[in-house]
Design a protein around this ligand. Structure first.
Ligand code: ACM
Length: 638
């Protein structure tokens, strides 16, 4: 049903230090309303409640803002309530910086849907998004992405019918063809199958050769008019070889003017990096299991091998823990009358969503079938607003409320290292995670604990005194050291964000940290003895805007990240030779604050995800932006 209310939102650059929002709430219903409140969610937060006109500030909780009209104001059908809000913590820069959702609450306590749309720019005409992807240019007519290490394949004319396992193929080889064919069919349900299991007179056979001299992820293809030889170093290499064959044939079918299937020559291929990752934040927005499985399929298509599943954050705890069912009842449900207020696009209807342990097992099994390892993240000690609402017993009752705020605007959102129950809780969570996730690594977050966290907690103060710890980050280091020991006891290795190294860090040897704040951080971590995966926001955060223009959607705190920049960024280029061994790979990060729809997801994640996949796989001297642009329109999307 069409909402009876709509909120227009525009931003003026002048006045208040960071400009101000001009709101107009339209009543499109048939009744006048009086004594109501309006709440909206916006990442451009208000920090000066007094800086508003024709409205009364009610409250703010992170991105949730509530206002009331002046006393006695009547909003008649067809009329609008106009008010302005200044005192913003930063200026708006893009069309997605305004209200992401809104809720109207009438005097009888009922909540009503309010439609919202893009933030409009007042004072000048806003620029449309730029063209980000040129048509591109091919030097070889092959639809491979990521591009292989070495290729001297000879293009044929016309397209063969299918490839099929030839004489001598083992059951595992035939199963591998079956699996890559099924992957293709899931990704391209309307595409023509590249493989059949039985021989076809119009097709060509694949001869499988296991060559353990190749690395486990390596493969080589030798083409002739009579068939293809696929040498591989193991199941992953065989899967990648078959994936390349599927891509070659699919490209030749979908755009025969540009792409061909080879009839001679060959390909020798192996990945550049061992860790070829993609992260997904499922806390800020929930992705049903089917979306997660499809994303895994997309990763496999691009030969990515690590799925970093960011399962918890301030907005919701999405992983079922049998010992603490409150985490996925209270800790996920956001609504106007729930303990967790709406955030980031949530509206009048309560919104939840979590992964049952059966869902997790299904995702882990799906990933394993595609040679992808699932690295789960529970983000601790910061980013735990939802956890602490679900489990009040994890807070120090003597800690002053609002004693510190995270950069996302959450008050007192860190697990408290001085509360014994914090460790009881984590022991139980890690026990269940260790059972669910076969991965060697468990990612424990460690990012963005607010400077000043815990200093107003008498229990934390006492612990700091006892242990001789100065300040938030030494206490964080103490806490993470205990978490590392818990992981070791479960045969797991600690992975985290780069701030794990703050305040003394943890035992570095074997620990893997992700450098997100800027590239230089990765080098500093490597010098300290940590293994490093490069995920700099400036190149690899896929929620960042791709252009400076107002109408370009996304976040901009790490700058503007056009696909060409993502593609061209060279993580290894920053590393001195003596530290190269510490660089384990690269990773795309999909943060979900702005991904209110699949359309936004696809618009921001593509083509930058395949760009990172190519950076993860293809040697620097074989990268070619123009070629990438010519091939990437064939990429599957969510
Ligand atoms: C992060 O972006 N806070 C890891």
């Amino acid at each position: 049903m069409l909402p009876a209310f709509r909120l227009d939102c525009a931003w003026h650059a002048g006045e208040s230090p960071n400009g101000r929002f001009a709101f107009a709430l339209f009543n499109l219903g048939s009744e006048p309303i009086v004594g109501f409140q309006l709440a909206y969610t916006a990442l451009t937060r208000v920090i000066d409640p007094a800086a508003c006109t024709d409205a009364v500030f009610v409250l703010r909780d992170a991105n949730y803002h509530a206002y009331a009209p002046p006393e006695g104001f009547v909003l008649a059908p067809g009329a609008a309530w106009r008010f302005t809000v200044g005192g913003l913590h930063r200026p708006a820069r893009h069309c997605t910086d305004g209200a992401k959702s809104a809720i109207l609450t009438t005097s009888d306590g009922r909540h009503h849907a309010v439609a919202v749309s893009d933030l409009l720019l007042e004072g000048r005409v806003s620029e449309p998004p730029p063209v980000l992807l040129p048509e591109g240019r091919l030097t070889l007519p092959f639809a491979l992405q990521p591009w292989p290490r070495r290729i001297d394949a000879v293009p044929g004319d016309g397209v063969l019918a299918v490839l099929y396992p030839g004489e001598g193929a083992g059951t595992d080889d035939i199963r591998a063809v079956h699996a890559v064919l099924a992957l293709f069919q899931r990704l391209f349900p309307a595409g023509h199958a590249p493989f059949a299991l039985g021989a076809s007179p119009q097709g060509r056979p694949i001869r499988f050769v296991l060559d353990v001299g190749l690395g486990p992820e390596a493969y080589a293809l030798a083409f002739s008019r009579d068939g293809v030889e696929l040498r591989h170093g193991g199941p992953a290499g065989r899967q990648y070889g078959l994936t390349s064959l599927a891509q070659l044939l699919d490209g030749a079918r979908r755009d025969p003017r540009r792409f061909r299937f080879p009839v001679g020559g060959g390909i020798e291929d192996a990945p550049r990096h061992g860790w070829r990752g993609c992260h997904l934040d499922v806390s800020r927005q929930f992705y049903p299991l089917g979306d997660v499985l499809r994303l895994l399929d997309i990763l496999a298509w691009f030969k990515l091998n690590t799925f970093h599943w960011h399962l918890t954050d301030d907005e919701a705890w999405r992983l079922e823990i049998r010992r603490y069912p409150e985490l996925t009842s209270v800790g996920v449900l956001r609504g106007p009358d729930e303990p967790l207020r709406p955030q980031l696009g949530n509206g009048a209807e309560p919104m939840g969503g979590f992964y049952s342990q059966d869902d997790v097992r299904a995702a882990v099994a799906h990933a394993a079938m595609l040679a992808i390892e699932v690295v789960p993240e529970i983000d601790i000690p910061g980013h735990n607003a939802a956890t602490l609402v679900a489990l009040r017993e994890l807070t120090d009752g003597q800690e002053a409320p609002d004693s510190y705020h995270s950069v996302q605007g959450y008050a007192n959102n860190a697990l408290n290292p001085a509360i014994p129950l914090t460790y009881t809780f984590l022991e139980a969570v890690l026990d269940e995670m260790a059972e669910l996730f076969p991965s060697r690594y468990v990612h424990i977050g460690g990012d963005e604990v607010a400077d000043g966290a815990w200093l107003a907690s008498p229990m934390a103060r006492a612990l700091m005194e006892r242990e001789g710890l100065a300040g938030t980050f030494e206490l964080q280091s103490h806490f993470l050291g205990r978490v590392q020991a818990m992981l070791t006891a479960r045969g797991k290795v600690l992975a985290g964000w780069n701030e794990v190294a703050h305040g003394g860090g943890v035992e570095a040897e074997g620990t893997l940290l992700m450098a997100w704040e800027k590239p230089e951080v990765g080098i500093a971590l490597a010098r300290e003895g940590y293994d490093v995966v490069m995920t700099p926001g400036q190149a690899y955060y896929l929620d960042m805007v791709q252009g400076k223009e107002w109408q370009e959607p996304g976040a901009s705190w790490a700058g503007t990240v056009p696909p060409a920049h993502t593609y061209g960024y060279e993580a290894a280029g920053d590393f001195p030779a003596e530290l190269q061994d510490r660089l384990k790979g690269v990773q795309a990060c999909i943060w979900s604050e702005h991904f209110l729809s699949r359309a936004y997801f696809n618009r921001l994640v593509f083509p930058r995800l395949p760009a990172i996949a190519e950076a993860a796989w293809t040697p620097a001297d074989a990268k070619d932006w123009e070629r990438f642009c010519a091939i990437v329109p064939l990429a599957p999307q969510l």
